[in-house]
Ligand binder design. Structure first.
Ligand SMILES: [Cu+2]
Length: 336
């Protein structure tokens, strides 16, 4: 036990963990309003609880020494307490919370683009168990396709259109906004905005099957300049492999089943049922923000996706070993 003590301050580091995924750590207007309402409700209910315990203590004290339990029961007694404390006050408090909740919902509408002044900036399609992301733009060739990691400029509301490829999912970045469902055959909208640059973690918030817990996502809020630079990079086709291993790796990739599911723009790989890999190396995590995007995890993922994310729609491709696997991952690592 004593030997573990020096490690205790590590808990303080944990407390500072970023990205935060808490409703109370709000960094955007919608999340801020939700946090205010949550605090108001928490304090209100704590006050109600305190009054209740005071009344119980008072009743217990009052009864003592009077042999009250032997007195005949007063059938009509206490009716006023029930009417006021049991009906009128709860009704008033619950009505207040209900009205405040409805009011907050109306402030951040999720139905129809007509509620938003502009057309959506981003289209997100939920898949079991990852997020397909398209940056929309009026002009052809300017669209960007990516997955699981969304970049936004700070202090600018971004309108997001939400759809589902299969079952119901729910888009939730607790630090930025409330949950909004992705529903098959239906379109919802959400507007997100971040006050400061930073990473904000999110999570699918509607149970959607085996890997629901690993259907995570990341919002990277950047200064407008950084954001513009990021978007410019994403608009380019993938970079040509330069090193010998990456060139060999590209051949491995293009001759494998990968291209049936994955797209890499600028190459013949045109699959549409899996995350776009054109700029894979620019992302911080893989497998829907579940594992770090590094050589070790990419090698493990390609050969044993089913161990890292059991049930995921990517098979174990154990035929890749040694040199071939290293080349393949070298190629993936330079998809900037
Ligand atoms: Cu889910």
């Amino acid at each position: 036990m004593r030997r573990l003590l020096p490690a205790a301050p590590a808990f303080l580091l944990l407390a500072g963990c970023e990205p935060m995924q808490s409703t109370f750590a709000s960094h955007g207007p919608a999340a801020e309003r939700i946090a205010h309402l949550s605090w108001f409700m928490t304090i209100l209910f704590l006050a109600v609880t305190a009054v209740m315990w005071l009344l119980i203590a008072w009743a217990a004290k009052r009864g003592r020494g009077t042999l009250a339990e032997h007195a005949p029961v007063d059938i009509g007694g206490g009716q006023k307490w029930i009417a006021i404390g049991g009906l009128a006050i709860p009704l008033a408090i619950l009505t207040l919370i209900f009205v405040l909740g409805l009011n907050l919902l109306a402030e951040f509408p999720i139905h129809g683009p007509h509620h938003h002044a502009t057309t959506p900036d981003i289209l997100i399609v939920g898949h079991q168990w990852w997020w397909e992301v398209h940056y929309l733009s009026g002009s052809p060739g300017q669209e960007v396709t990516t997955a699981n990691e969304i970049h936004i400029p700070v202090d600018r509301p971004m309108n997001i259109q939400l759809e589902s490829y299969d079952v119901m999912h729910s888009f939730w970045i607790p630090a930025l906004h409330g949950k909004v469902d992705l529903i098959p055959g239906h379109t919802n909208f959400v507007r997100i905005q971040a006050g400061e640059p930073g990473n904000y973690a999110g999570q699918c918030a509607e149970y959607c099957g085996a890997e629901h817990a690993r259907m995570r996502l990341l919002v990277v809020a950047q200064t407008p300049d950084e954001y513009a630079a990021w978007l410019d990079e994403q608009r380019k086709p993938t970079s040509e492999p330069a090193s010998a291993d990456a060139i060999a790796g590209e051949q491995v990739f293009l001759n494998a089943a990968c291209i049936l599911c994955h797209q890499i723009s600028g190459t013949p790989a045109g699959g549409r049922v899996a995350p776009d890999l054109t700029h894979l190396a620019s992302r911080q995590y893989i497998a829907a923000n579940s594992y770090p995007n590094n050589t070790a995890y990419l090698e493990a993922w390609v050969t044993h996706a089913q161990s890292l994310k059991p049930g995921a729609e990517m098979p174990d491709l154990t035929q890749f070993t040694g040199e071939q696997l290293r080349d393949l991952v070298a190629y993936l690592r330079q998809l900037k």
